[in-house]
Design a protein around this ligand. Sequence first.
Ligand code: HEC
Length: 432
Amino acid sequence: MTMPPCTLTPDIAVMACVAQAILMTAHASDFQGSTHLMPFDEDVIGYGKTPGTNAISSLKARIDSGAVRLSRDPAGSLLPAILRELHVPVASQVLAFSKTSFQRERIGPANPRALYFSDTVYVGHVPGSPILEFTAVDAFLGAVFYTLDESAPQRPTFVRTDQCTECHASARTMGVPGHLVRSLEADESGAVDLLTAVDPVNHRTPLADRWGGWYVTGQHGDQTHRGNLMGREAFALQKTRPNHSGNVTNLSRWIEPSKYPVPTSDIVALMVLEHQQHGQNFITRLGYEARLQLAAYGHVQHLRPQIDAFVRYVLFSDEAPLTAPIAGSPDFRKAFESCGPRDKKGRSLRQLDLRQRLFAHPCSFLLQGEPFAALPQPLRQRILERIGAALDSHDPASSACHIPPAERAVLREILVDTVPGFPVPRARAGGA
Ligand code: HEC
């Protein structure tokens, strides 16, 4: 039976699309079975033995050659200089107080771990610890892990360490060395209750399930979330007084803000981070799969279900809708929106919406980054063709059926102008 076209009767089309989205969301968590651990240390990928080519390896080379000297701030920390060299905005700061990572004994509600990020690198810092942590977004290897010991008597340097894959390569990272973001209920000491875990967290996760174990600053109206809550009493109170710890702009009732370069754990930075991390893991997974399949069969035909799942992800098909406006740090917004390419009319995939959804144009800016550009060509081309086909489709099962026709036309224009190789619609290709 053929489905009614999306455009004929908008109400029915949207209802069909929503029903389809619910169906797909049920399957979305298994990513078509793509969560088993990939053989990333074997020959085709050779994760451990391949040198990194990423933001940290290049900064390390510039330090080693003497081209860059990192200077300490008055407190002796290298963090501000490193963030500057890596072009990571301090306003991207987000604070996790759950004891979930490898320096967990130092982390707690009074001493959360700070993370800073750009598209190409993540930086972790626990106040009081000399060890800075880094995950670089490597176009070929996925996440590559480094530490830097600020207390080293000689010139501190980045050290690559693959031990981090103990946690950073599992079903939670789609089976590849990748990025992690979790949401769990923590007690007053930051110890977590694993039974409450929601992961992976990304733009599909309802706000109500997000940010357990994180501080959250910013406005979100009457939408609830698990941020800023620690201990049974706080969670119990949330049931009768929703948002008793929500819509917070000042964290000084929990932390000493002067320990951090900015006093925020920005809600919008968290939302971008969640979309970005999972998307980057997805790109790594697809790249690994494609390289293995090209080596074995010479084609990527078997990847069609994974490609379709990825297209749904980048088109935000199953995004959790916002029911009230979100407002975060103007500095983060400015830093984030000002990067990246623009189309001929000045539009960008990084423009935020924050009223009904995260982005103004619902297609991921990750399509413009180096890891996507570096995917094996047959895979990359197939993904772009599937996105083009979805934007042209009237099928209510299409990955783009949640996007009204006028917005699809805008998206297509932005993609043609800013993503090399994006298929040009026929009218435009003919010079219209
Ligand atoms: C015990 C498990 C565990 C180990 C081991 C671990 N991490 Fe993580 N890491 C996490 C979790 C969980 C998160 C998500 C944020 C949070 O809960 O703090 C995370 C997040 C991060 C982030 C934020 C961005 C991203 O890529 O997820 C960085 C940077 C990071 N870890 C670096 C490292 C480095 C470097 C090592 C090894 C030296 C390491 N981690 C080892 C659990 C771990």
